[in-house]
Design a protein around this ligand. Structure first.
Ligand code: LLP
Length: 450
């Protein structure tokens, strides 16, 4: 098993991350627990910044949807990256952390008028406009406020990335982006150029996620610059920026071998320079929006083992105290993970078991047929590469409180998110007046419907 980031096995045969013994972390913060490796997050941010942002005007926008908390926003800011947000909630989180608004870009296929107003009021760096309807809406809102706003147009380049169907986004039949077919994208460029308060800075595309083959990016660059050339012929406009989205994969199992960030940068830069030259276009500045490749491998989830059940001749189920609520990716995408027994970390695997969650649903599994040493109730299970799209997609199904998130580094562990309590679970519940009991009417503590 290859350990990620600062993870290692210490003298007590325990898994250690960021210099913190995971058995101690579990004791101190409880389980399930998301553990984030600070050094690995910073190292990945730096690799992106050095590979892309060193270029004049180049921007690396960390994709907030992957994992965002106010503390994470601070860390991203410290590393000098920008932020790609996709909702008023993500924008609010970033602003609450004091993230510089000029480094925030707003993506998404159905931003509401209120969200666009919030973005304009915060004077964010730019809006990635997704479709003709949004272009008209933003143009109107900006004109009414008398405020100019920088925009990129999101184009659906008709490129299929080699990844799971649900996380492919660049194909022609997609809910995202201006389609190239039928001249829709070209009409969008003309519209943006003629809008009094929109400052068209370039084009955007995002072809999918967990991409392991860089060829997909070359194909996207080809399609995007072909479109840029066509648009220039029709309007005279050439893009200053080409935002190539996110998508670089992370290592979930030994079968995943994502290319390093530097190689992604080299490939993108070479393809953009080559295609721009081929079309006689000025070489645009590259923006990227990585998420998974920054935080995926930096996250580890710790669980306590509970019930163990043998079905003779079939399999052994090992149940843990979390599941699809803290990691819905197995049920949603058939994602495959690796795990070890953290309190006997170097013990050789000797049995094959399947790890189940505790939710009332058969699909609530974390690992099928995982090789582990003998597991007992009370053991600590560590599941790797859970930093991306785990906490951010977590739910309270079965009214399970969401786990805490702890940032570890240099032997220190600090909470990024506190564990939810039972009280948090009912915080927004309301008891309608007609269901209230007489004694509750006088109790301010019981929340009642207005
Ligand atoms: N930019 C845009 C416009 C995106 O839609 C995404 C991801 C990213 C950047 C960041 O992509 P990344 O570098 O993380 O691959 N929930 C799914 C993944 C959905 C990805 C959505 N968009 C999962 O758990 O695999």
């Amino acid at each position: 098993m290859r350990l990620r980031g600062t993870a290692r096995i210490n003298a007590r045969n325990h898994l250690e991350i960021g210099g913190c013994d995971t058995v101690e972390l579990a004791r101190r913060f409880g389980t399930p627990l998301y553990v984030m490796d600070e050094a690995l997050i910073r190292e990945n941010c730096r690799a992106y910044r050095e590979a892309f942002a060193s270029e004049a005007g180049g921007m690396v926008l960390y994709a907030a949807k992957t994992f965002l908390t106010t503390g994470m926003a601070r860390l991203v800011d410290e590393e000098g990256l920008g932020l790609d947000v996709v909702s008023g909630g993500e924008l609010y989180t970033a602003l609450a952390a004091g993230f510089p608004s000029e480094r925030i870009y707003f993506n998404g296929n159905n931003k509401s008028p209120a969200e666009l107003e919030e973005a304009l009021a915060a004077r964010i760096g730019g809006v990635v406009v997704d479709n003709p309807s949004e272009l008209a809406l933003l143009s109107d809102l900006a004109a009414r406020r008398g405020q100019r706003v920088a925009v990129l147009l999101r184009i659906a380049p008709g490129v299929q990335a080699h990844t799971h169907e649900y996380i492919q986004t660049g194909q022609a039949d997609s809910k995202f982006g201006f389609p190239l077919v039928g001249g829709v994208a070209l009409a969008g460029v003309k519209e943006a150029l003629s809008a009094s308060h929109l400052d068209l800075r370039g084009y955007h595309c995002h072809i999918g996620s967990q991409i392991l083959a860089l060829e997909s990016y070359r194909a996207a660059v080809r399609a995007m610059l072909e479109f840029a050339a066509e648009a220039r012929a029709a309007t005279g406009y050439a893009p200053e920026v080409l935002d190539l989205g996110g998508g670089l994969g992370a290592r979930y199992t030994a079968d995943d071998d994502p290319p390093p960030i530097e190689e992604l940068a080299r490939t993108m830069r070479a393809a953009v320079a080559e295609e721009a030259a081929a079309h006689g276009l000025p070489c645009p500045t590259i923006f990227v929006e990585p998420g998974r490749s920054i935080v995926g491998e930096a996250g580890t989830t710790l669980y306590t083992v509970g019930a163990i059940k043998d079905i003779p001749g079939v399999r052994r189920y090992v149940a843990v105290d979390g599941g699809m609520t803290d990691n819905p990716r197995v049920a949603l995408y058939q994602a495959v993970y690796e795990a070890i027994v953290a309190n006997r970390a170097a013990d050789a695997p000797s049995e094959v078991v399947s790890v189940a969650g505790k939710c009332c649903e058969s699909g609530d599994m974390l690992l099928w047929d995982a090789a582990l040493p003998p597991v007992e109730r009370g053991d600590l299970l560590a599941v790797f590469t859970t930093g991306a799209y785990n906490y951010s997609m977590a739910s309270n199904y079965n009214r399970l409180p969401r786990p805490a998130v702890v940032l570890v580094g240099g032997g220190r562990a600090r909470l990024l998110v506190a564990r939810e309590t039972y009280a948090d679970l009912i915080r927004l519940d309301l008891i309608p007046e007609d269901l209230a009991r007489p004694e509750e009417k006088r109790l301010p503590a019981a929340r009642q419907a207005p």
